[in-house]
Write a new protein. Structure first.
Length: 156
């Protein structure tokens, strides 16, 4: 199993080493979640302004947020299922505001990489169907992301 990650840094602030580290973290998270087939994920780093636009357009929230995920697993109307064709499982897109991640790292008193890692795993778990709409779901999701980050060695 390997997770194919398409990285796009619209801010030009993320180094190759940081990208590789996040790639290792997301591959670790995929193994932790027992994903065995080939999968694809897109991870885009954007500015506060860009994530605010996306948040407004797709979630009707006119505010800056730290991470947004768009899962691709649900078959929509007009889509066709390809039977007998080997293709990677496309999980979806994760979009992270680099500026907001820096702000939050400072607020929480941990490293920028800890915050970017947290946001990447948080977005990844959303792609897998985890959510935090109810107290029970939040407890499960946040417990999973904490376990993944701790076992990877990216503690607060």
């Amino acid at each position: 199993m390997s997770l194919n990650i398409d990285f796009l840094d619209e801010t030009n602030e993320i180094t190759e080493e940081q990208t590789a580290y996040i790639g290792d973290l997301l591959n670790f998270a995929a193994k932790y979640e027992n994903i065995v087939e080939e999968c694809e994920v897109s991870l885009t780093f954007v500015s506060n302004e860009k994530i605010k636009e996306i948040n407004k357009e797709y979630r009707n929230k006119d505010s800056v947020t730290d991470v947004i995920s768009f899962a691709m697993e649900e078959m929509g109307e007009g889509e066709i299922e390809l039977i007998g064709i080997e293709m990677p499982r496309v999980l979806g897109d994760i979009i992270i505001s680099v500026s907001r991640a820096r702000e939050q790292a400072e607020e929480y008193g941990h490293s920028f990489m800890r915050e970017i890692g947290f946001l990447a795993v948080h977005g990844f778990l959303h792609l897998l169907g985890y959510d935090h709409e109810t107290e029970e779901d939040e407890k499960e999701m946040f417990s999973r992301q904490k376990d993944i980050l701790n076992e990877f060695g990216l503690q607060r």
